[in-house]
Design a protein around this ligand. Sequence first.
Ligand code: SF4
Length: 379
Amino acid sequence: MMKTMELYVHIPFCARKCAYCDFLSFPQGVEVQRQYVDRLIEEIKTASAGFRDTTVTSVFVGGGTPSILESKEIVRIFEALRHNFHIEETAEISMEANPGTVTESKLRDYRTAGINRLSFGLQSADNEELVALGRIHTYEEFLESYRLARACGFENINVDLMSALPGQTVDSWLETLKKVAALKPEHISAYSLIIEEGTPFYEAYGEERGEGLLPDEDSEREMYHKTKTVLKELGYERYEISNYAKPGKECRHNIGYWTGVPYLGLGLGASSYINGCRFNNTSDLEEYLSGAAGQHCDEIALTEQDMQEEFFFVGLRMVRGVSLRQFEEQFGVAAEAVYPGLLERLVREGGAEISGDYFRLTEYGMDVSNYIMAEFLQA
Ligand code: SF4
């Protein structure tokens, strides 16, 4: 029987660095971008040799800003992917795009390349908030990119949004949610801003420096809680802590991550999870372009215990929870035997519930999910 896996392709280039961003991304000229795609195609050829017996169920091209590449480069990448991997006919093929970086002709090329889902990094519908974030686009530019994407036939679109931003109020956040939901994208991701060390935001707001500049804790909680209520009223179901979709439009690629489907990462710094092993590609652009270094570093073979812990950590992010039957099939032992009394206690305390063979967090459990996940660490 064919095995299955997902593919992730990393494009590390951006027009300019956003003030809060700690992703592996940076500006580079067209020539370096072309060399990068050459190298990526080499990697696709070499890496695919180990996966002749594996079908790819989804592809996600992320970054960075993949849409900053000339679209002929995206077409080249997909030709190489299709030539070297068995990609299912019905595979979900997503690409991240930033407003203001797409044109009608680029979008048409993406469709020709087989991309069937676009993910727009909007973050906010308030132009002042966008300026504070250091984003390169306005809300109006997003509207134009979104309109073009629909006109070019994209029927599955995600919009990324972010709460707890500098200067943001509960009202301005709800306004963003409502404006975006009115456009009827199939999927909305709504994350809270995290101030990461090493970013300009950390200098400005880290270590309590954000007091009075960032929304306070109560406002932040209110934004989080109202997100679910408002989006539900507008036809979106929460299916993961920070992800909402119209029925049937949940992101299949991400569900794969949360349910332990193996994935192969291609490109600079991309990480993979194959045959119970985790490994990363080099994050050094020069090294990656030279192709001299072995592609894989930080290889870790996960133990049975690691995998059992992850089963709960990652799976409980999903609103539907984790299947206890799947746990038993996968590990040959019941979850209750590995965690004696824990599931029962969490249910008794109101943090979790059992429905059929699924164990899932309650609304309250989602609020304190960090504490609950920690309970699944084995001694
Ligand atoms: S567009 Fe995304 S990846 Fe690029 S700098 Fe901004 S947040 Fe980072």
